[in-house]
Design a binder for this molecule. Structure first.
Ligand code: CP
Ligand code: NVA
Length: 317
């Protein structure tokens, strides 16, 4: 096992929060992807013995919850499930109190909730790193795993085109910001009215301009995916939008990521989906199970990307 050769970009991350993909610099993002690849290949070992990560999840989760927990175990630390239903959070204890108290017990908090402002409140009051495990606005841990998967397929990501077709949601936002930092050309294809948030679009375009990438919004699926190196989609109705499901299914008719769309992409293109997926709605069963799919590698990469992130934030580098 190789000794760790500390990357200065990673050392700078110790003790910081990850609330948005844009909290990382381009160098830090690239260094995290490299560390994740090294951990996946078991080229190095990091020891976080005695460190505890608290999980506060207000929404359901399979991948994020389990991959954080396994990541801490593999690093020699442990996870505490602080489900709001079993803590005083569910009874309305203020974030300011909860965050300060938990900071006396745990070494970091991974939080999945609705409002980005609630996450920001936790980060304001906590004295330990706070990690965005998904909010309505962003999913930065997902984007790290996604670009790790693209990097594995093509050797590097700079200059590649990633086409996301579907709702301009949390997953799309983090793909835009993280892709912009990495010099990726990100295309968001969506029906009118389902564009990404305007402020995130502006921020990602500014980052793209500084790092050689681009961010475009298109309203036609074939134009969005043409010659792209990665095709990506996510659910049309995110958690918290259950009541809009039927209305959204009507609005997104014609936007299924299927074999016909895959045929319009670069012949080497990979198909990605953060999961969970609804076959026959945002993605066809054939696209999930077809030869271009890297969806289950992508899910595995959540574990490696989060191990890298935890190692950096918790001072394991
Ligand atoms: N992709 C993702 O975040 O999955 P979970 O909702 O299962 O965590
Ligand atoms: N956009 C989805 C992602 C789930 C991982 C949601 O927020 O529900």
């Amino acid at each position: 096992m190789a000794a760790i050769n500390p990357d200065p970009a990673l050392i700078q991350l110790q003790g910081l929060d990850l609330l948005s993909s844009a909290d990382l610099s381009a160098d830090q993002t690239r260094a995290l992807l490299q560390l994740a690849a090294d951990l996946k290949a078991r080229r190095l070992e990091i020891n976080l013995a005695g460190k505890v990560l608290g999980l506060i999840f207000t929404k359901a989760s399979t991948r994020t919850r389990v991959s954080f927990s396994v990541a801490m175990t593999r690093l020699g630390g442990q996870t505490l499930d602080l489900n709001p239903q079993v803590t005083q959070v569910g009874r309305g204890e203020p974030v300011a109190d909860t965050a300060r108290v938990l900071s006396r017990y745990v070494d970091a908090l991974a939080i999945r909730t609705f409002a980005q402002t609630e996450l920001e409140d936790y980060a304001h009051w906590a004295t330990v790193p706070v990690i965005n495990a998904l909010t309505d606005l962003e999913h930065p841990c997902q984007a790290l795993a996604d670009y790790l998967t693209l990097q594995e397929a093509f050797g590097q990501v700079e200059g590649l085109t990633l086409a996301y077709v579907g709702d301009g949601n949390n997953v799309a936002h983090s793909l835009m910001l993280c892709g912009a930092l990495l010099g990726v050309h990100v295309r968001i294809g969506c029906p009118l009215g389902f564009e990404p948030d305007g402020a995130v679009l502006e921020q990602s375009r500014a980052l793209a301009a500084a790092h050689g990438g681009s961010v475009a919004v298109l309203h036609e699926p074939v134009a969005a995916v043409r010659s792209a190196h990665a095709l990506y989609t996510d659910v049309w109705a995110s958690m918290g939008q259950e009541e809009e499901k039927a209305e959204r299914e009507r609005a997104f008719a014609g936007w299924c990521l299927n074999e016909e769309l895959v045929a319009e992409a670069d012949p080497r293109a990979i198909v990605l989906h953060c999961l969970p997926a609804y076959r026959g709605l945002e993605i066809s069963a054939g696209a999930i199970e077809g030869p271009s799919s890297r969806i289950f590698d992508q899910a595995e990469n959540r574990l490696h990307a989060q191990q890298a992130l935890l190692a950096a934030l918790l001072g394991g580098i």
